[in-house]
Design a binder for this molecule. Structure first.
Ligand code: FAD
Length: 467
C-alpha cells in the first residue's frame, strides 16, 4: 500500500449515505486508517426522504414519521449523537380499518392483520360469516409448496381468503410499501410469515405461538419510536459530526467509470473525482444513469416505484366537532375514498401539536391510482377534507396545510426482488470490485433497514480496502 490515502466516496446523502459517512469517518479517526471519506448529495440538503418542518409549535414530518423500535440500529445511532432524551414511543390507542364506507376497530390480537386471538376476530363486523369461515381454512390447509418467490397476495389469499385479505391485511401491508400486494414479493417483504406457515402448518397458529403475550392492563408501550425534535434532527446531528469539507451538496454524480482498480466519478459541476471504493446510497433509478455501460443494471430500469403525497392538516382542536377515539385508520380498497391512511398525529405523537391544537396527517396515492398526487395543493386538500368529513365532523378550514409529493419515491419489491438484487450484487462483486450498494431500493426500506445497510456497506468497503 502506498503512503497516499485511499478514498471512499458515498453517493447520496439520505439516511443510508449519511449513516455510512458517519460510521466510516468515525472508524477512520479511531483506528487512524490511511483513508478519507467523502459524501456527495445531489440536492442542497442532507436527509433525503427525512424532512421535518417545525411551524407554529407543530412538528410535522413530510416523509417518514417514526421507525420500528425493535430494530435497534436507529436508536443506537440516536444514542451515538446524544439525542436519546428526545426519543419517544407512540401513544397506543385504537386504530381502525375503513372498509365498506365504515370504520371498524382492528380486531384485538391481529399481528399485521393475522389473527392471533379468535374471539375478537370472530366478533368483528369487518368480515362476513363466510369470510370468517374461509379464514378458518388456514387451520387445515397444507403449507404452501413454493419453489421460488410468490406475491404477498397469493400467499395470504390462499391461507385466509380474499375477504380477510382485502378488508384487513391489504390495507395494513400495502400501506407500508405503498404497493400492490398482488405484486409485492413475499420473500423480500415478510419472509417470516412464510417460515411461520411452514413450521406451524397454519399462519394463525404460528403467529399465535410466536407473539409475546401482552398484558391486558397497564401502560402498553407503542412499537414505534421517533424524536420529539423531529427525525431531521438526527440528520442534522450526524451532519455536524462529519469532517469539515467532506460533504458536497448540490452536486450530482453523473457517471462512474472503472479505471484499473479505481473509479472516476464525473460530477455535475464538471469535476472528476477518483475513488478506491464507492458506496452507492442513491435510489435504483439513478444507477443505470451513473453506469450506462453496465448491462447487469438493466433490471433497475424495470423496477417500479410508486408515488404518494402526505397531507398534514393543522387545526384548532375545537374545529374537530366529532372526534374519533383512536390514533388513526387505513383505508381498504373496498371503500370509495381517495385517502389511503390517516393518523391523528396529535394523539399518536402528543409532542407534535401545541396544546389546544390538532394535527392530522393523511396519505393519498396508491398503485394504479396515483393521479391525485399530480393535482394542485388546494385540490388535494379539498379532496382530503371531503373524505375526512365523511367519517368525522370538521368545522372550517385548517389553520395551515402542508402537501408533500413523493414522486416515484417508494421502490417496489415485486416478486423475485431478492433474487434479482443478489444476482446484481454478485455481478458487481466480479466486475466492479469495491462498489457497494445500500439503501431503500435494495434490502429493506424502513429507516432501521437503511441504517443497517449503510453500516454493512462500510464494513464491506473496509474489508475490501484492507486486503
Ligand atoms: P433517500 O432518502 O431517497 O436518499 C437518497 C439520496 O440520494 C437523495 O438525497 C438523493 O438526492 C441522492 N441522490 C440520488 N441520485 C444521486 C446522484 N446521482 N448523485 C448524488 N446524490 C444522489 N420508513 C420508516 O421506517 N418509517 C416511516 O414512517 C416511513 N414513512 C415513510 C413515508 C414516506 C412518505 C416515504 C416516502 C418513505 C417512508 N419510509 C418510512 C421509508 C424511508 O423514509 C426511506 O426508505 C428512507 O428514508 C430512504 O433512505 P435512503 O437514504 O435509502 O434514500
Amino acid at each position: 500500500m502506498s503512503d497516499e490515502k485511499q478514498t471512499i466516496i458515498i453517493i447520496g446523502g439520505g439516511i443510508t449515505g449519511i449513516t455510512a459517512a458517519y460510521y466510516l469517518q468515525k472508524m477512520i479517526k479511531e483506528q487512524q486508517l490511511p483513508m478519507e471519506c467523502k459524501l456527495i448529495e445531489a440536492t442542497h440538503r442532507l436527509g433525503g426522504k427525512i424532512q421535518t418542518v417545525v411551524r407554529d409549535g407543530f412538528v410535522i414530518e413530510r416523509g417518514p414519521d417514526s421507525f420500528l423500535a425493535r430494530k435497534q440500529s436507529a436508536s443506537r445511532l440516536i444514542h451515538e449523537v446524544g439525542l436519546q432524551d428526545k426519543l419517544v414511543h407512540n401513544a397506543t390507542g385504537k386504530s381502525y380499518i375503513l372498509a365498506n364506507e365504515k370504520l371498524y376497530a382492528i380486531p384485538g390480537g391481529a399481528v399485521m392483520g393475522i389473527p392471533t386471538k379468535i374471539r375478537p376476530f370472530a366478533l368483528s363486523g369487518l368480515f362476513s360469516p363466510i369470510g370468517k369461515l374461509r379464514a378458518a381454512l388456514d387451520f387445515i390447509l397444507p403449507p404452501t409448496k413454493a419453489e421460488g418467490d410468490l406475491s404477498l397476495g397469493q400467499f395470504f389469499r390462499r391461507r385466509l381468503g380474499d375477504e380477510v385479505v382485502e378488508n384487513l391485511i391489504e390495507p395494513l401491508l400495502s400501506g407500508i410499501y405503498a404497493g400492490d400486494i398482488d405484486q409485492l414479493s413475499l420473500m423480500a417483504t415478510f419472509p417470516q410469515f412464510f417460515h411461520l406457515e411452514q413450521k406451524h402448518g397454519s399462519l394463525v397458529l404460528g403467529a399465535k405461538r410466536t407473539t409475546p403475550k401482552t398484558k391486558e392492563t397497564g401502560n402498553k408501550k407503542g412499537i414505534f419510536q421517533t424524536l420529539t425534535t423531529g427525525l431531521q434532527s438526527l440528520v442534522d446531528e450526524l451532519e455536524k459530526r462529519l469532517e469539515p469539507g467532506s460533504v458536497s451538496k448540490g452536486i450530482r454524480v453523473e457517471l462512474v467509470e472503472k479505471q484499473g482498480r479505481r473509479y472516476r466519478l464525473h460530477l455535475s459541476n464538471g469535476e472528476v473525482w477518483t475513488a478506491d471504493s464507492v458506496i452507492v446510497a442513491a435510489p435504483h433509478q439513478a444507477v443505470p444513469e451513473m453506469f450506462p455501460n453496465v448491462s447487469f443494471f438493466a433490471p433497475f430500469k424495470a423496477m417500479p416505484s410508486t408515488s404518494v403525497a402526505t397531507v398534514a392538516l393543522a387545526f384548532s382542536a375545537s374545529s374537530i366537532e366529532q372526534d374519533i377515539d383512536g390514533t388513526g385508520f387505513v383505508v381498504s380498497r373496498r371503500s370509495d375514498y381517495t385517502i389511503t391512511a390517516c393518523t391523528w398525529t396529535h394523539k399518536k405523537w402528543p409532542h407534535t401539536a401545541p396544546k389546544g391544537k390538532a394535527l392530522l396527517r393523511c396519505y393519498v396515492g396508491r398503485p394504479g391510482d396515483e393521479a391525485i398526487v399530480e393535482q394542485s395543493d388546494d385540490e388535494i386538500v379539498r379532496v382530503v377534507l371531503d373524505d375526512l368529513n365523511k367519517i368525522m365532523r370538521i368545522n372550517g378550514r385548517p389553520e395551515f396545510a402542508l402537501v408533500t409529493r413523493w414522486k416515484e419515491a417508494m421502490p417496489q419489491y415485486i416478486v423475485g426482488h431478492k433474487e434479482r438484487i443478489e444476482t446484481i450484487k454478485a455481478k458487481v462483486g466480479e466486475e466492479l470490485p469495491g462498489v457497494f450498494f445500500a439503501g431503500s431500493s435494495y434490502e429493506g426500506l424502513g429507516l432501521p433497514d437503511c441504517i443497517d445497510q449503510g453500516e454493512e456497506a462500510v464494513k464491506k468497503a473496509l474489508e475490501y480496502l484492507q486486503v
